[in-house]
Design a binder for this molecule. Structure first.
Ligand code: GAR
Length: 198
């Protein structure tokens, strides 16, 4: 990806390890801030190491979901993003957040469209394969128009074969490798779209 001249501003929301954030940081200088609902998330360390603002935004008990989402939207908007990337973000965002960034929120999910929404998608794919219900899995990126879980207009998809000898660790490794490639390809396509719009 060309770092120079793209000018696109990406804000990343990540709850955990942040390996997909790392793939984007390695490929592009476009990440302007990283937020996490988990103050201990390694994703925040990865951001700091890259000199990117890392903001912990824990959900405080007793607060309403919409109040949290509205405050998060205010904090994200301060970085003037062109796109908001959900890379291992484990909270469902309500309209209080999404209405502030129409057509701008992109999610990565470790399964094919319509398959295994929510958590533990890779483990559930392996279980389904072993039960003879599926032959392959995959990863996808998609826009997030509403509160649907891991659903919305698809941007990119990549298949991942499941092998008879796979265990969870080997399948996870292949899925993550595929995700790291797909998220960078997706960011490149978003940059092209941003540049086309001028
Ligand atoms: C990734 O596999 C991502 O697709 C998944 O969380 C993982 C985060 O890994 N997201 C979901 O399951 C969303 N439903 P990372 O923190 O190493 O990027």
């Amino acid at each position: 990806m060309s770092e120079a001249g793209s000018g696109v501003r990406l804000v990343v929301l990540a709850s955990g390890n942040g390996s997909n954030l790392q793939a984007v940081l390695d490929a592009s200088a476009s990440v302007v801030a990283v937020f996490s609902d988990n103050g201990e998330a390694f994703a925040l360390d990865r951001a700091r190491r890259s000199g990117v603002p890392a903001i912990a935004a824990p959900f405080e008990k007793g607060r309403s979901r919409s109040a949290y989402d509205a405050a998060l939207a205010d904090a994200v908007a301060a970085y003037e993003p062109d796109y908001v990337l959900l890379l291992g973000w484990m909270r469902i965002l309500s309209a209080a957040f999404l209405s502030r960034f129409p057509g701008m929120v992109v999610n990565l999910h470790p399964a094919l469209p319509g398959m295994f929404p929510g958590t533990r998608a890779i483990g559930r794919s392996l279980d389904a394969y072993r039960a003879g219900r599926i032959e392959k899995t995959g990863v996808m990126t998609h826009f997030v128009p509403d509160e649907g879980v891991d659903s919305g207009p698809v941007i990119a998809v990549s298949d991942v074969m499941i092998l008879p000898e796979d265990d969870l660790a080997s399948l996870e490794a292949r899925v993550h490798e595929t995700e790291h490639r797909l998220i960078v390809e997706t960011v490149m396509s978003l940059v092209r779209e941003y540049e086309r719009r001028g």
